[in-house]
Design a protein around this ligand. Structure first.
Ligand SMILES: [Zn+2]
Ligand SMILES: [Zn+2]
Length: 380
């Protein structure tokens, strides 16, 4: 039996970004979902196939292994002497996991009753300043989550007692009732399908097994993060049910606007005003840098508004880029003086009389305009 390539199954190219794989999967899953195709075994088989493929390709580690070794990475056939058939990946419960990811909210929550459930993922929105994105920082966040109740260790039964097998269903979680010729099986009403009942509920959690707790977590924000960067805190999401693993906590970062610097990827932009005298004569201006320092930038004689100067490596650090940084672009704008005194105006008028040949843009423009009015420009 030969298996189809996982990429072919989802109709994606080998190097496709995860977003593409996710959307290809989502599209196929909607089409092939058993609820939409009741009784269609071909669809069911295909649905299983795309789920298997997605389960591997959505996971960076598994995908890398698949890219390298193909299906052999997961069939346990690669003996490497580690005594586990060489398969470093655990697939238990992964289908449920995928299912929950995509369909959890669509299908209205719980489907089967008695099974191990991974706890839900949590999202935390964290707003940071551009300086914090530049330097990296540590943020303390408080997350309200359901955690396993300590006194009863999540069982819901008071300390010293334990949950007992449900007397109604003898632990099966289901009961049968005869109706005429038929025997109908339904979820046990006594234990709601759990198979166990708590006689003496834990006082702390009231028998639920979970309590809401505010936990304080430290989030390490590495230098170079951007708007929308996600930081995953593995296992810090909601507690799992029936011994299932905890969900993850995702911290979504948003970076605030800065009054002086604008960011574009790894580069920073800073608009700096210079006096028209400096612009005309040339000079030097101190330009601020995001690390809190400054750097002198030489302004050339005759600098116009819009001219950019590049200061290398004074931009944003590249995330996990080993000290690599973008550049700082300094955009000059020339400020026209205002609120002039009489004497100053007189000086400027005298100056104006001497400017023949000093303002090529103005002179060139009017030459063009004159040609336009004369109709000579259109002949060429
Ligand atoms: Zn029961
Ligand atoms: Zn408890």
């Amino acid at each position: 039996m030969s298996k189809r390539c996982y990429y072919d199954v989802l109709g994606c190219k080998k190097g496709a970004p995860i977003s593409e794989i996710k959307s290809a999967y989502r599209k196929l899953a909607m089409e092939l979902h058993p609820d939409r195709n009741p009784g269609d075994t071909t669809c069911e088989a295909k649905f299983k196939e795309i789920n298997e493929a997605y389960d591997i390709l959505k996971d960076e580690q598994k995908r890398a292994a698949y890219d390298r070794f193909g299906h052999a990475a997961f069939d346990g056939g690669m003996g490497n002497g580690h005594g586990q058939g060489g398969n470093p990946f655990d697939f238990a419960g992964s289908f449920a996991d995928v299912f929950e990811d995509i369909f959890g909210e669509m299908m209205g929550g719980q489907r089967g009753a008695k099974r191990q459930n991974r706890g839900g993922d949590l999202r935390y929105n964290l707003s940071i300043s551009l300086e914090e994105a530049f330097n990296g920082s540590k943020a303390e966040i408080k997350v309200p989550t359901a955690v396993a109740c300590e006194p009863c260790r999540g069982t819901g039964a008071e300390a010293g007692t334990s949950a007992e097998t449900c007397p109604t269903c003898q632990g099966h979680g289901k009961v049968r009732a005869s109706q005429g010729f038929f025997t109908i099986e339904r979820t046990c009403p006594h234990c709601q399908g759990k198979g166990r009942v708590v006689k003496k509920p834990c006082k702390t959690c009231g028998g639920v097994g979970h309590v809401q707790k505010e936990r304080t977590l430290m989030v390490d924000i590495p230098p170079g993060v951007e708007e929308g960067t996600r930081i995953r805190l593995s296992g810090e999401g909601q507690a799992g049910f029936n011994g299932g693993p905890n969900g993850d906590l995702y911290v979504f970062l948003s970076v605030e606007q800065h009054p002086i610097f604008q960011r574009d990827g790894h580069d920073l932009y800073c608009r700096v005003p210079v006096s028209f005298v400096t612009a005309a004569l040339g000079g030097s201006v101190d330009v601020p840098t995001l690390d809190g320092g400054k750097v002198p930038v030489k302004i050339a004689e005759g600098t116009q508004t819009g001219r950019q100067y590049r200061v290398r490596s004074k931009g944003m650090p590249v995330l996990r880029g080993n000290g690599l940084c973008g550049d700082l672009f300094v955009e000059i704008f020339v400020e026209t003086p205002c609120k002039l005194s009489k004497a100053q105006k007189e000086l400027l008028r005298q100056f104006e009389e001497t400017t023949q040949g000093c303002q090529p843009e103005c002179e060139g423009f009017f030459t063009k305009v004159k040609a336009f009015w004369d109709g000579t420009a259109t002949k060429h």
